[in-house]
Design a binder for this molecule. Structure first.
Ligand SMILES: Cc1cc2nc3c(=O)[nH]c(=O)nc-3n(C[C@H](O)[C@H](O)[C@H](O)COP(=O)(O)OP(=O)(O)OC[C@H]3O[C@@H](n4cnc5c(N)ncnc54)[C@H](O)[C@@H]3O)c2cc1C
Ligand code: SF4
Ligand code: SF4
Length: 414
């Protein structure tokens, strides 16, 4: 064992070392002690609202994405880059309205709607724009197909879907989750300690994820448009087309748009959170189904009708996809092979190759990192010295350091 490697021993250590992604699980498991709040850096993080009790927080740390990330995919096929899977191909929603309004081709929304219609799930835990503050994102429980569709689309800022996990479990009803790959990892680890998840959670659906921006990325857009947050009635990152425009509307009837390419043009302004740069599983290796964009080379050249890539990672995921296709809720296109995914997602390939070196850099600088299993970081390690040195120097310069939020957000859905 490498004795330079250490792991966080408390929630505070997770946050202060830049390992928190703000998933919200802390608040769900210990709402009397942790409440999610926005930090000055524009990141959702757990704020302590009572004495911090390390011993009592161990169940949180056992599932926290800042402490652990394990693959649970169980497909018969396995690719060195993309992990275990049953099927990889192209798909889109059977319903044209879902396909148009959703982020890409509406696969995640269509599968969730299918789960409700077929009565396999009573509701979906996911997230959406906060109706009061549409630049911000809030966890939601959707009980109807229309609610799921209204909440479709990608939210590129901070999101804490798992803050709703306990409320979901308390309903005692079958449900599904749509979330990010790191959230799926947390749920799969949490299931080891909470048997209600095995009994009630029928599917975990994720998007392949290039990283979650700080709120500042969205604030910069408002500044460019000369709009203040309190004037907003809509902040949609994409959808209404594929990819569709980033669109902002105000209460006095003004509307502003940027194309997806314009919104993401300047990488120096992406403001991606630290945990994302160290992410060992941004491709859904702890989910049942992962959906993605399939633009050749990784960038759209214009608008199209909406085509997702889809990776089924478990029998549950595969059965769900087949049932949704049989019901007409989902349409499957051509099959893909993993090398096509490399072309669609070059940034995921680079990251998988770089993460081990980044973690080494952090450890050498004396910072804790997460534990990981089954994600092939060692076999994909290209021993990139520049990556290792870069992470080491950034860690030494305190660039991974974060502050805890002082105030909880105060708008819990509870
Ligand atoms: C932060 C982020 C980064 C992404 N990076 C990539 C990438 O690198 N490569 C790629 O192929 N695709 C990426 N996407 C995914 C892509 O934008 C589409 O979401 C994906 O293709 C699914 O499309 P869909 O039409 O099936 O989704 P939809 O049918 O529109 O459903 C989207 C669902 O995701 C949920 N959701 C949206 N945002 C979040 C969030 N921040 N946290 C948790 N749940 C959320 C919504 O509640 C909704 O239910 C990213 C998405 C996000 C949010
Ligand atoms: S990653 Fe999630 S569980 Fe871990 S500290 Fe952050 S909010 Fe809490
Ligand atoms: S890149 Fe990884 S850590 Fe960041 S939001 Fe996506 S899945 Fe979570």
């Amino acid at each position: 064992m490498d004795d330079t490697v250490s792991h966080p021993q408390s929630v505070r250590e997770v946050v202060e070392n830049g390992l928190c992604i703000g998933c919200g699980l802390c608040e769900a498991l210990a709402p009397d002690r942790w409440s999610m709040g926005m930090t000055a850096q524009g990141r959702l993080r757990p704020a302590p609202i009572a004495a911090e009790l390390e011993a009592e927080d161990q169940p949180i740390l056992a599932a926290c994405p800042g402490c652990v990330s394990n693959a649970t995919a169980e497909g018969d096929l396995e690719d060195p880059m993309w992990g275990k899977y049953i099927h990889i191909g192209e798909a889109w929603a059977g319903d044209d309205d879902i396909r148009f309004r959703a982020a890409t081709g509406g696969v995640l929304t269509a599968l969730a709607v299918h789960l409700l219609r077929s009565k396999k799930a009573g509701f979906i835990l996911h997230c959406a724009a906060d109706t009061e503050n549409p630049m911000r994102t809030k966890w939601e429980i959707s009980e109807t197909a229309e609610q799921i569709l209204q909440r479709a689309g990608s939210r590129y800022g901070p999101s804490d879907t798992l803050a709703g996990l306990e409320k979901a479990l308390e309903r005692g009803q079958a449900f599904a989750i749509i979330a990010k790959p790191c959230d799926a990892g947390a749920v799969s680890q949490r299931a080891k300690a909470d048997p209600r998840l095995d009994a009630l959670l029928v599917a975990v659906l994720v998007m392949v994820c290039g990283g979650a921006s700080e709120l500042g990325k969205s604030e910069d857009l408002l500044e460019e448009f000369g709009v203040t947050e309190d004037e907003l009635t809509l902040f949609r990152y994409r959808g209404y087309g594929n990819p569709g425009p980033t669109r902002v509307e105000t209460e006095d009837g003004r509307a502003f748009e940027k194309t997806y390419q314009e919104f993401w043009a300047d990488e120096s302004g992406w403001k991606i959170q630290s945990r994302c740069k160290l992410c060992p599983d941004a491709i859904g290796e702890a989910a049942d189904v992962a959906a993605l964009d399939i633009w050749p080379g990784g960038t759209p050249v214009g608008e199209d009708e909406g085509f997702n890539g889809i990776i089924t990672r478990s029998k549950v995921g595969q059965d769900l996809v087949q049932a949704a296709v049989a019901a007409g809720d989902l349409v499957l296109g051509q099959d893909h092979d993993p090398r096509q995914l490399d072309d669609f997602q070059p940034h995921q390939v680079s990251k998988k190759h770089a993460v081990a070196a980044r973690l080494r850099g952090l450890s050498k600088a004396g910072q804790p990192t997460y534990r990981h299993e089954g994600l092939r970081l060692e076999s994909l390690d290209v021993r990139d010295e520049a990556e290792e040195r870069g992470a080491f120097e950034r860690a030494k310069a305190g660039r991974f350091k974060e502050e805890m939020p002082i105030h909880p957000r105060g708008d819990s859905n509870g």
